[in-house]
Write a protein that binds this ligand. Structure first.
Ligand SMILES: [Zn+2]
Length: 363
């Protein structure tokens, strides 16, 4: 039987329990963490800032790049790059009614997606990039655009693009490894980019796989990207050529006899043409890649690992040895399902497509 309520004396204030401040704080944090304001599928600008080039494009709701332009990265000064970003946004917005702007930057981006904490190839140290770009864009275009600007790590943006429109489509637990000069990493879990507590998750390239090994630009030794990247491929190819070994003669011919002129695409071309030395170089890099993928499987257990970046142009010359090494190294092999290793399908536009799409409020 329900307890009868004591009648309230007319005129006395209704008693209300004071809210528990810890509970209020927790609710606020939860709201912040899950806040997602989706602003529709309209065209968004994506900007991909590399060490030498700024690539920008208008991306529609299906992930298609409907307009694109490119500029040299004018200088490493933050102001110069920010001016260039504002210029390309202005140029693209002149012909498209854009809803938002996403900027992919090769560097550590904070969890608020506003500041670049550190970019090794650009002179950015604690740079408030979002605010700087929004201010410039607003000055140039009034209130039409710049309603929303987000800054993303470029590899996170590429991973998102592959998740939404590429080789990782529909995968609930996706890891993307972008092999360029170094390794960029991104994690997408159940429709969200995993950024970590401070925004820096997915820096797989700097996991140490060979203690005391090759020196890395980050200052440590033996980082994964020193063994499985474009830089690693070229370093090994040049070393082989310098050794004057007869097996390197084809690579040396391609480089006009100068070992230091050997480039990544040259090694790829030679391997495709069946040059045994170049094929072997890819086997080595692929093996290191597979070992790292097995480590990622132990830590994250993804269903698919998408391999992108310039080195992945070699396709099965790289992915074949990678799969073999993965299978040989995987913890619990034989007693667990194996993940799928797939080549990225969006090519070099992945970074700008992902940054544009994330700026709409996804991820
Ligand atoms: Zn490193």
């Amino acid at each position: 039987m329900a307890t009868p309520r004591t009648p309230r004396v007319p005129g006395t204030p209704r008693r209300r329990r004071a809210p528990d401040p810890r509970r209020v704080a927790l609710q606020q944090r939860l709201r912040q963490q899950t806040r997602r304001v989706f602003i529709g599928d309209g065209p968004a600008v994506g900007v991909d800032i590399g060490g030498t080039k700024v690539a920008a494009g208008v991306v529609d709701g299906e992930g298609r790049v409907v307009a694109q332009l490119r500029r040299e990265t004018p200088t490493t000064s933050p102001q110069g790059v920010e001016d260039t970003i504002a210029e390309v946004v202005e140029e693209l917005a002149a012909h498209h009614d854009i809803v938002s702007v996403g900027i992919g930057a090769a560097g550590f981006v904070d969890a608020e997606r506003a500041n670049v904490l550190f970019a090794p190839h650009l002179a950015w140290r604690n740079e408030p990039l979002r605010e700087a770009v929004e201010r410039r864009v607003r000055t140039r275009l009034g209130r039409r655009v710049g309603r929303r600007t987000v800054v993303e790590n470029d590899a996170n943006a590429a991973a998102w693009a592959e998740y939404r429109f590429g080789a990782g489509r529909g995968e609930s637990r996706l890891v993307c490894v972008t092999m360029g000069t170094g390794i960029g990493g991104g994690i997408v879990t159940q429709g969200r980019v995993v950024r970590g507590r401070y925004g820096i998750a997915g820096e797989f390239g700097h996991m140490i796989v060979v203690p005391g090994g090759h020196r890395c630009e980050c200052g440590n030794r033996g980082c994964w990207e020193q063994y499985a990247s474009g830089n690693a491929l070229v370093r090994e190819a040049r070393e082989l050529a310098r050794s004057n070994s007869p097996v390197a003669h084809h690579l040396l011919d391609l480089a006009g006899g100068n070992p230091e002129a050997i480039s990544g695409p040259m090694v790829t071309d030679a391997a495709r043409a069946g040059d045994p030395a170049a094929v072997e170089l890819f086997e080595d890099v692929g093996r290191w890649l597979g070992i790292g993928v097995a480590n990622l499987a132990a830590a994250l257990d993804p269903g698919t690992v998408v391999i992108g970046g310039g080195v992945s142009d070699a396709d099965e010359l790289l992915l074949g040895p990678c799969r073999d090494a993965y299978r040989r190294t995987l913890t619990g092999r034989g007693f667990r399902p194996e993940l799928t290793i797939a080549r990225a399908s969006l090519g070099p536009a992945a970074g700008l497509v992902g940054a544009a799409d994330l700026s709409r409020g996804w991820g």
